[in-house]
Write a protein that binds this ligand. Structure first.
Ligand SMILES: Cc1cc2nc3c(=O)[nH]c(=O)nc-3n(C[C@H](O)[C@H](O)[C@H](O)COP(=O)(O)O)c2cc1C
Length: 221
């Protein structure tokens, strides 16, 4: 089968863009347009999650004072020195009420009768109630990383926006400054958006370091 030329071009474009992106250390002053940020947010919202119940929330932070406070004690200047900061906040608990509301929303969005997804709802409620609270937090955090991956790829591949995923921050400080605990949330992972300051970022001119694919991959046919 021969692939259409547009498909081959698109594929090459994606790989080229993924080679173009890197975890930026130093950003320029240029701001990312709100339209692009909206597209990244929408892509994150469309990201798959296990059981499909989106057990995390996203914060977009531009306020300079708040960002300064969030960056205190962190080696990552990108927390305050970038265009936008996105915080992925995991759930502290997976409650039966949350599952009930989410499944009801799904029924409405799919024009199903109320109760049509009762089996799904009861199965999820049973499942999450037998997991320990710590297991549910870990599960929720894993889902945030899938959203993080979407943000990185969409930012780089579709929009040519630079981004830095970060675990180097003080989660307790984030919880406090953003009032996350009161909302049943905790900071899981963050990402800054902006445009690279290529002249002053030591990483801008470095080649990508990755394993050869044949070392990384095992195929079992
Ligand atoms: C979950 C995660 C956390 C990371 N935390 C940080 C961080 O705190 N600070 C930082 O400068 N880079 C951070 N990085 C960037 C990685 O160091 C970088 O992605 C990796 O070295 C590969 O390089 P590249 O993304 O530039 O290709 C993180 C990346 C990921 C995926």
């Amino acid at each position: 089968m021969t692939l259409p030329i547009q498909f081959i071009n698109k594929k090459m474009e994606l790989i080229k863009n993924l080679k173009w992106r890197y975890a930026v250390k130093k950003y320029s002053e240029e701001k990312v347009s709100e339209d692009k940020v909206d597209q990244i947010v929408e892509a994150i919202n469309l990201t798959a999650s296990s059981c499909g119940i989106q057990p995390y929330r996203l914060f977009v932070i531009t306020n300079p004072e708040i960002r300064k406070r969030l960056g205190e004690g962190s080696f990552n200047a990108q927390i305050h020195a970038s265009s936008h900061l996105l915080v992925f906040a995991g759930f502290n608990e997976i409650t039966s009420n949350y599952i009930r509301d989410y499944v009801e929303m799904t029924e409405q969005q799919r024009n199903l009768e109320k109760g049509a997804l009762d089996v799904l709802k009861d199965t999820l409620i049973d499942y999450f109630s037998v997991q320990t609270p710590a297991q549910n937090v870990i599960w929720s955090d894993k889902q945030t990383y899938i959203g993080l991956g979407t943000a990185l790829i969409v930012a780089a591949a579709e929009l040519k926006v630079d981004a830095t995923p970060m675990e180097g921050f003080d989660p307790k400080l984030f919880d406090e400054v953003l009032g996350l605990s009161e909302r049943g949330l905790h900071a899981s992972v963050i990402i800054s958006l902006g445009y690279r300051d290529a002249a002053n970022d030591f990483l801008a001119s470095m080649s990508k370091a990755r394993l050869p694919v044949n070392e990384f991959l095992t195929r079992i046919d």
